[in-house]
Design a binder for this molecule. Structure first.
Ligand code: F6R
Length: 369
């Protein structure tokens, strides 16, 4: 039920702090990750994993791309992310020490289901991250880590996305413990970061009015670009997807480092570009590189909307608009930075008088090819 909300999407965007909190709840005890559903896969088996292949479609695949950075960093296992429909039609190399991790909100996406079945036939272990209790994909997998985002009704995925990243992070931290790649202290620090996300999400949502105004000013925009690096890159892809599906506006997401390899040719005066800016506070931060990317596009007339950490003053001289997110460790920034992009797409669609819950040509669950 929509309750007092004007759309399911608006309600689901607002429920994101809860979606993350519910996905974490009961899964952290004594500064350790506890995921009873994973017991079907013993520690021995997890230690034997040499490679993780993530299969998913759409927004779920972007959650997978975010998790790739975290799982490789924490558990030191190579992770690749592949769209399920590409994976299932190319005889991928899957061995017994490959873990195939599927991500699906509905648990019914046909291409992802077929990818999981193929992986099992090849002898791989399969784990699914799913939001729908008892759905087909988790039933076809060796183990499942459920996201507890609650039912997602709007076609465009929002709260399921942040819950997917949360579940994947819990999985990654569990794997790191089993494999001994993080110290207890490092593990505890990451878990604290994760536990702090719901409150930070609530404060990002408070910026929504500003984002809504921006969307209303931009209701006639015909094309929007999104840039990010590292974990900000999949967020740029997700921002572009949200805008396409909800507002029917041409949008593209790029890895900021890729600009001079082609996309910068698209920049002409007035072109709106959202840039996901990493925090400047960490050693090896990519912040200076992203700021120089901003300068490059600004010099060519781009209209820059920066999503940047509170207190980051370096972006101010170059950005036309700055949307602030709270301080977080680098791997946790995507959970926060995605929210203004969701709100922007939703508000722009609304400003154009479109149905945000049921965009044209799309279905909530794609159970056919
Ligand atoms: C985007 C969106 C789709 C789904 C994709 C996968 O907003 O909703 O891209 O993310 O169809 O669906 P699930 O997660 O159900 O497998």
């Amino acid at each position: 039920e929509k309750g007092g909300w004007s759309s399911f999407m608006r309600k689901e965007v607002a429920e994101q702090p809860e979606a993350v909190a519910n996905t974490v709840r009961g899964r952290i005890a004594d500064e350790q990750v506890v995921i009873p559903e994973l017991e079907a896969l013993g520690d021995e088996e997890l230690r034997a994993v040499r490679r993780i292949t993530i299969v998913a479609c759409g927004t779920a695949s972007y959650a997978g791309l975010v998790a790739k950075y975290a799982i490789e960093q924490w558990a030191r296992v190579p992770v690749e992310v592949e769209l399920s429909h590409e994976f299932r039609y190319r005889e991928p190399v899957i061995e017994q020490d490959t873990l195939v991790l599927s991500i699906s909100q509905s648990g019914e996406t046909m291409d992802t289901l077929m990818a999981v079945k193929y992986a099992r036939e090849m002898g791989a272990k399969t784990v699914s991250v799913c939001n729908t209790q008892g759905a087909t994909i988790p039933r076809e997998s060796d183990a499942v880590v459920y996201t507890h985002a609650g039912p997602e009704v709007a076609v465009a995925s929002t709260k399921a996305f942040v819950a997917q990243i949360t579940a994947l992070y819990l999985f990654g931290l569990h794997l790191a413990r089993v494999r001994g790649t993080l110290t207890d202290g490092q593990l505890a620090a990451q878990l604290h970061e994760l536990q702090a996300v719901p409150e930070k999400l609530a404060s990002v949502l408070e910026e929504s009015e500003k984002v809504a105004q921006l969307a209303h000013w931009m209701a006639d925009t015909r094309s929007v670009l999104f840039l990010g690096r590292h974990v900000g890159y999949p967020i740029a892809l997700e921002g572009a997807l949200k805008l396409k599906e909800l507002a029917y506006i041409h949008a593209e997401g790029f890895a900021a480092g890729e600009l001079k390899h082609g996309p910068i040719a698209l920049i002409e005066p007035g072109q709106p570009v959202f840039v996901v800016v990493p925090s400047p506070r960490h050693p090896n931060s990519l912040h200076p590189k992203v700021v120089s990317n901003i300068q490059e596009i600004r010099a060519r007339g781009a209209r820059v909307i920066a999503i940047a950490e509170a207190g980051d003053a370096a972006v101010l001289p170059f950005a036309d608009e700055v949307i602030r997110i709270p301080l977080a460790a680098p791997l946790f920034e995507p959970l926060l930075a995605v929210v203004p992009l969701q709100v922007f797409a939703m508000e722009l669609a609304q400003a154009k008088g479109l149905d945000v819950d049921q965009p044209r040509n799309l279905a909530k669950s794609v159970t056919v090819e």
